[in-house]
Design a protein around this ligand. Structure first.
Ligand code: CA
Ligand code: CA
Length: 359
């Protein structure tokens, strides 16, 4: 049995298997010791034995580790991060802990690849940008955000991206998540550009979509996260790379890992729109967002703009889309100006204590 510790890459190799190591903490060292002892006593199959028989599938979802990592690397989005973000960059978390503990704000991205039940021709990939904190309005420690893609096999059997989804304030009345065809983003064989809003970390498929978010999203002054490495989280039932903290109740990462972002109703609706559109993933919440942002007094003034933009934004800069953009931008300004004055009243009327908590 071969054990190597690589200081530069912070990885440990046991025969053919690489383990990521950030701090060599006690829990991690104990696990390594126990694993080594089991391997030495012959009580566990060696990685070499396993790799000779079947491809290694550490998270038991039927997909080999190597396939998952290859797809995560191929389709990794290019995250555009605000240079002034209070949380600096997405964080790396200390492995094998029960709760998320930031090890470094170093731009690391976590990934997940899983098959879809009843759809052998499709795979879903999630890219998680996990932050030390959200320091926008209603800020909080820990911030779990993500972008996802649905892959389908093409005529040659190769995986090709079909739809992309970007989460923004997911599961709140401010949900501004979007979905688009991969062709609209020129991202069928690679990841698209993703704009991440300053301090709030909502993800957007275009800068224009960011401006139409929920009033507090700004995507100016961004820089690409070109050095981002993708580390596979595995699955909730079988974490990889020490991601035991993914199930922590301190953030909603577990919910994001357990569901598909490409439900049939969502993709069917997208297919009914023009091919170049970016569609809101939860269009039913757009009128509610108007209420949150502007209250009844502003609602009348926003009806035209929101109705025009509640279904989709066009990627191409046509006259029509620019007109919609202008209309919505103006109403957006009106909403923001009246935001503070009506926020409490609207929340009270809706029975909401904190609509943006932990998102
Ligand atoms: Ca797997
Ligand atoms: Ca997996």
């Amino acid at each position: 049995m071969l054990i190597e510790v690589h200081q530069r890459t912070r990885r440990v190799r046991i025969d053919s298997v690489y383990w990521r190591d950030m701090q060599m903490d006690v829990a991690w060292a104990m696990r390594l010791f126990v694993l080594s002892a089991l391997l030495f006593l012959g009580l566990a199959p060696s990685p070499a034995q396993v790799s000779r028989d079947t491809p290694l599938d550490s998270d038991h979802d039927g997909l080999p580790d190597a396939t998952e990592q290859s797809l995560l690397d191929q389709f990794r989005p290019r995250f555009l991060i605000s240079a002034s973000d209070c949380s600096v960059e997405p964080a790396e978390f200390t492995p094998f802990l029960n709760n998320p503990t930031v090890a470094a704000d170093n731009g690391l991205i976590y990934g997940q690849v899983f098959p879809l039940p009843g759809r052998p021709d499709a795979l879903e990939l999630h890219y998680y940008d996990l932050w030390r904190k959200d320091c926008g309005k209603a800020g909080h420690d820990l911030d779990a955000e993500h972008v996802s893609v649905l892959l389908a096999r093409d005529d040659t059997g190769s995986w090709k991206a079909r739809y992309w989804y970007a989460a923004a304030h997911e599961d709140t009345l401010c949900d501004a998540s979007q979905i688009a065809r991969a062709t609209a983003l020129n991202a069928e064989l690679r990841g698209p550009d993703i704009w991440v809003s300053d301090n709030k970390h909502g993800a957007f498929l275009s800068k224009k979509a960011c401006r139409h978010g929920c009033g507090a999203d700004l995507c100016d002054g961004t820089e690409p996260l070109d050095h981002a490495e993708v580390v596979n989280l595995g699955e909730l039932s079988a974490p990889m790379n020490g991601a035991t903290w993914a199930q922590s109740a301190q953030w909603p990462l577990q919910q994001k890992m357990a569901r598909t972002d490409f439900v049939a109703a969502r993709t069917t609706r997208l297919e009914s729109l023009p091919a170049s559109d970016i569609a809101w993933a939860s269009p039913g919440k757009r009128p509610a967002q108007a209420a949150i942002l502007g209250g009844d007094a502003a609602l009348g003034g926003t009806e035209t703009g929101l109705r025009a933009t509640d279904s989709a934004l066009t990627v191409a800069d046509t006259n029509t889309s620019e007109a919609l953009d202008t209309a919505s931008h103006k109403t957006g300004n009106a909403l923001v100006k009246s935001y503070r004055g009506v926020k409490k009243a609207v929340r009270a009327a809706a029975g909401i204590k904190n609509p943006e908590r932990k998102k």
